[in-house]
Design a protein around this ligand. Structure first.
Ligand code: ADP
Ligand code: MG
Length: 258
């Protein structure tokens, strides 16, 4: 089957600091891949190389290749803005645009990408809020500020905003780490639904969460402090959590380290 994402020999720097080294992996369409590993091993950095957000950081640059449906995202003539439309991102802290209404938060990305008739915009906003399991909670207050919602609702609003532009891939960097357990379960359920339509890559420090939501799990680690992070192994989630190939993975998931 065609790979949605195909990374080869990816190394990323902040100035002269090499944060991650020589990462290669593939991701299938309509799957959930979880990134786990100790803090500082480069999970967030690697995630941001997948939609060219890494280079927004001063000194941020990469070597290697990231193919999205066989197209090199770092190829000449590729517009990073169009890459970020195809590969959306949800962050750790819900970040709705504070002065915008719920409706405008979801419509924001669409407005950047073209002229939509009001009726079409209404349809897409509703579909996106439904897709994010938020519609029933907000349909009577679409013109109220997004910042008035609870943390869990705000995160689902950010997911609605991200899916409104129909990306191929959704990147999530610890999307539940600021949420209570009930809101966390709501997001986990949502991830299970969204993978029918999108390819999802999620960073999580919560091993149970990785086991619950993902099909594949990638374990990252540092050989030593100051060394670049590396991909230790990637495999079916069930296998990573029952019978990983590498001792360091076993040590990490069983809590002997990290
Ligand atoms: N904006 C930045 N500027 C410089 N170094 C950074 C920046 N962000 C992360 N790093 C460094 O890159 C490495 C990987 O960090 P990060 O990707 O945040 O790891 P993780 O998400 O696994 O905790 C660390 O050594 C970290 O200090
Ligand atoms: Mg991180």
């Amino acid at each position: 089957m065609a790979k949605r994402i195909d990374v080869s020999g990816l190394t990323a720097y902040y100035g002269s600091h090499k944060a991650i080294e020589d990462i290669s992996m593939t991701v299938e369409p309509r799957s959930v891949t979880a990134f786990i590993g100790p803090s500082g091993c480069g999970k967030s950095t690697f995630l941001r190389t997948l939609n060219r957000m890494h280079e927004v950081t001063p000194g941020g640059r990469v070597e290697g290749k990231v193919l999205l449906d066989d197209e090199d995202l770092y190829g000449t003539g590729i517009d990073p803005v169009s890459v970020r439309r195809e590969v959306g991102m949800v962050f750790q802290r819900p970040n709705p645009f504070p002065t915008m209404s719920i409706f405008e938060n979801v419509a924001a990305g669409l407005r950047l990408n073209g002229n939509y008739k009001k009726s079409r915009l209404n349809d897409i906003v509703e579909k996106s809020l439904r897709g994010a399991n938020l519609w029933n909670e907000v349909k009577d207050r679409l013109n109220k500020p997004g910042s008035g919602l609870s943390g869990g609702q705000q995160q689902r609003l950010c997911i609605a905003r991200a899916i409104a532009v129909e990306p191929k891939v959704l990147l999530m960097d610890e999307p539940c780490s600021a949420l209570d357990p009930i809101s966390t379960l709501a997001i986990e359920d949502l991830i299970g639904e969204l993978k029918e339509r999108f390819t999802i890559v999620i960073v999580t420090h919560n091993m149970q969460q990785a086991a619950r939501v993902s099909d594949r799990t990638a374990f990252f680690n540092l050989a030593a402090v100051g060394q670049p992070g590396r991909l230790i192994e990637i495999d079916d989630t069930e296998r990573i959590f029952s019978n990983p190939s590498v001792q360091a993975t076993e040590d990490y998931i069983s809590g002997r380290f990290g």
